[in-house]
Design a protein around this ligand. Sequence first.
Ligand code: SF4
Ligand code: SF4
Length: 472
Amino acid sequence: MSKLPNEAFRDTIGTIDEEGKRKFIFPKKPSGKFYDYRKWVSYFLLIILVANPFIKVNGNQFMMFNILERRFNIFGFPFWPQDFYIFVLFMIVGVVFVILFTVIFGRIFCGWICPQTIFLELVFRRIEYWIEGDRGAQIRLSKQEWNEDKIKKKGFKWFLFLLISFAIANVFLAYLIGSDALIQMIEDGPETHTSTLIALSIFTGVFYFIFVWFREQVCIIACPYGRLQGVLLDNKSINVAYDFVRGEKEEGRAKFNKQEDRASTGKGDCIDCKQCVNVCPTGIDIRNGTQLECVNCTACIDECDVIMESVGLPKGLIRYASEDEIEKKEPFKFTARMKGYSAILLILVGILTGLLFLRTEVEAVILRLPGQLFEHKGDNISNIYTYKVINKTNNDFKDIHFELVGIKGTLKLVGNQHLKVVKQGMSSGTMFIEINQNLLESDKTKLKIEVYDGNKKIETSTTSFLSPRSFD
Ligand code: SF4
Ligand code: SF4
C-alpha cells in the first residue's frame, strides 16, 4: 500500500490514551444494509448457539465439550477419550478451514460469526443504545455527575448485562457438562450442587467483566486469531478496506464544498467527515489501511455509503476489497496459496470422514496384565488379562460375554461371567485364559476374542498369549 503521510497510529491502539490508560469507546450506532444483514445473521447464530446443547441426535447432545470427563459430542457424534485422535483431527480441520477462510475472506469470521462480536455488538451494545442513547448521549452521560438519571440508566443497564451474562454462563455450562446434567441440577436446586453454583458464578463474573469493561480489548489484545492476521492476510485477501486511490486522488482528502466541482479539483472522494472513525467499535481509522484492530464489522462501510450518497458521490469508498483490487485494479484470483490450503483441507476432510465411518460403536480392549508372564496349571498355561468394554451407543448391553475363537481354551472373568454395560458407559475387570500347552505353536500366540451381547457379536478384539519357550 502506498505510504500514508501520518504513521503515528501504528504506535498506539485506539483504546489506550497517551498515558497508557483505558480509553472507552463510544461508537456511533451503526445502521445500513450490512448492519441489517448482520442483525439477521446474529439472530440465526444466537438461536443455534443457545439451542445446540439442547438438541439431541440419536440420543446424543448435538454439541458437548465435557472437558472434565473428556467426552465430546460434535454434530451428535460422541467422542470418547479413545477417539481423541478423531477429535484432534476434527480440530485441525477446523483450524485449516479458518486459515483458508481468512486467507481468502480476511476477518469475515470476526465480524459476522465470532460469538464475542455477536454478543458485544449485536446484543450488549444494542441494549446500551436503547438505554443510554447514541454516541453523543453516551459520552455526555459518562461525563456527567452521578445524579438520579445516571444511576437509573447505568444501574438498569448493568442489571440487564448481569442477567444476560448469567444466561450465557448457563448455556456455556450446558456445553461443558451436558444439558441433561444442567437441567437436573436446576431441578435439584443450588444447595445440592454448590461446586456447580460456584462455577456458574465465576463464568457469570467473567462474561460480565468482558461485556461491561474489557469489551473490544478481547479482539485487540487477547484473541490469538486476531494476532495471526499479520501472517494470514496478504494483498489478495478480501477485507473491509478504504479505497485510498479514489479517496485520496492527487490532492488528498478534503472537506466537502457544495460550491466547487470536486472532480476538477483533484481532491479525493473522502470528505474527511470522520464518520467511519466515529462508528468504529475498535476506535480505529480504516483510512490508515488494514489494521490488527479491525474486526471487519462493516459498520464503516454502511456509514461511508450514507455520506457518499448525501454528497452525490458513488458508494463503496469503503468496501470489501483486496489491496491489489484497489491499487492495481486486479480482480479476485484463486492464488496458489489458496489452492494449497484447499488441497490440504480436502485431504483432511477425506481422512476425517473415513475415520468417522470406520469408528466402532463398541470398543473392547483386552491387555495382558503388566508384569505378569504365565502360570502352569497342569497341562494348561494360564495368562491373566485386564479388559475394558466401552459402549458408545445409546442402548444398554445387558448380557456381555467373551468367546475365544480359532483355538480351544477357557476364558473366565473374575466375578460375574456375564457383564452389563449401560449406554455411553464402560465396564472393566480381569480375566484368565487357559490353553493346553500342546495346542500352542509359539511362545507368543496371537488370540482372537469375540465379544457378544446375548447372541449378537458386537466386537472382535485381539491380544497375545505367552507360554514357555519350549517350541524352539
Ligand atoms: S466516512 Fe467516508 S468520507 Fe467520511 S471520513 Fe470516512 S472514508 Fe472519508
Ligand atoms: S474499521 Fe470498519 S470494519 Fe474495521 S472494526 Fe472499524 S468499523 Fe468495523
